[in-house]
Design a protein. Structure first.
Length: 293
């Protein structure tokens, strides 16, 4: 065999060896498990959050996340027991989740109290600045970011729409949950709108599900001609019951979410909570890729 032939053969063997080593390395790399990111989802109840959870999971799938493969979602629902929120948030922190996604002001407040380091993504806070969760919408600061449902800003518009179908409206019952931080600013805006429309308000507190029937009795006794429901875990989990009692009491109402109407309510005006949850997946994706909240 000539010297040139030997050199060609040696080069061919070297290339073959490199190719084999590359193939082996690629196979080994493909078999390495991807990093499993842990996401905590903190909300009011599984039933009232089902559509939002579906939207959030869809958003994650479209961004390339597969549950059980590169992400795990751990859920915490207080199920109408508001005092459980802090414990649920602490439990998620104990499980060392990478991100906590919150569905409402109460959940965000509990998560904020539980950690100052784990990123928190709000999926629907009504007033992040007013609630003290972020410094500003443009520059949130700290470990909290996300989306707002603009609950306070839209409160006046709801009264305006209700006034259009009830021009002589003069007495309005407002169902709130005083322990829900998101209701403070929304109630303030409702009061301002009520003053401009010369509507007298009757504030009724729903601290638990057992207060709902009593609130309707008080509204009728107070000669309310219609009512508002400010968003809270209590009312959100009892939408159908509230719609049925409204019909029975012959009290028209406007709600902040369309699912109240789907459950029999008269009308609604507000953002899509499902769409906000879907968009929250984008924030989760950016943070998992290194962005600061």
């Amino acid at each position: 065999m000539s010297r040139r032939a030997k050199i060609k053969r040696a080069k061919a063997l070297s290339l073959a060896l490199y190719a084999m080593l590359f193939a082996l390395c690629s196979a080994a790399s493909a078999q390495q498990p991807a990093k499993l990111s842990r996401i905590g989802f903190l909300g009011s109840s599984a039933a009232s959050s089902s559509a939002r959870i579906d939207g959030f999971r869809q958003g994650l799938r479209e961004l390339g996340y597969v549950e059980g493969k590169n992400i795990v979602i751990e859920y915490g629902f207080e199920e109408e027991k508001l005092e459980r929120q802090n414990a649920l948030a602490t439990e998620l922190v104990r499980h060392k989740v990478d991100i906590i996604v919150t569905a409402g002001a109460g959940a965000t407040r509990a998560a904020k109290a539980a950690t100052s380091t784990i990123p928190i993504v709000m999926s629907q806070d009504p007033d992040p600045v007013g609630n003290g969760f972020v410094a500003s919408l443009a520059r949130p600061g700290g470990n909290i970011t996300g989306l707002s449902s603009l609950g306070a800003d839209l409160a006046g518009k709801r009264l305006e729409l209700l006034k259009e179908i009830l021009p002589k409206l003069s007495r309005l019952a407002v169902f709130i949950t005083s322990t829900n931080p998101g209701n403070v600013s929304a109630l303030r805006e409702t009061k301002l709108a009520a003053e401009s429309f010369k509507v007298q308000l009757q504030i009724l507190d729903l601290l638990s599900a057992k207060d709902i029937e009593a609130a309707f009795r008080a509204a009728k006794k107070g000669r309310a001609e219609a009512f508002f429901v400010q968003n809270s875990p209590v009312s959100a989990s009892r939408r159908k019951e509230i719609a049925e009692l409204a019909a029975k009491s012959r009290l028209p109402a406007i709600y902040n979410r369309s699912d109240y109407v789907e459950d029999g309510g008269l009308m609604s005006y507000g953002v899509s909570f499902t769409n906000l949850a879907y968009r929250a997946a984008t924030y989760v994706d950016k943070i998992l890729k290194g962005a600061k909240p």
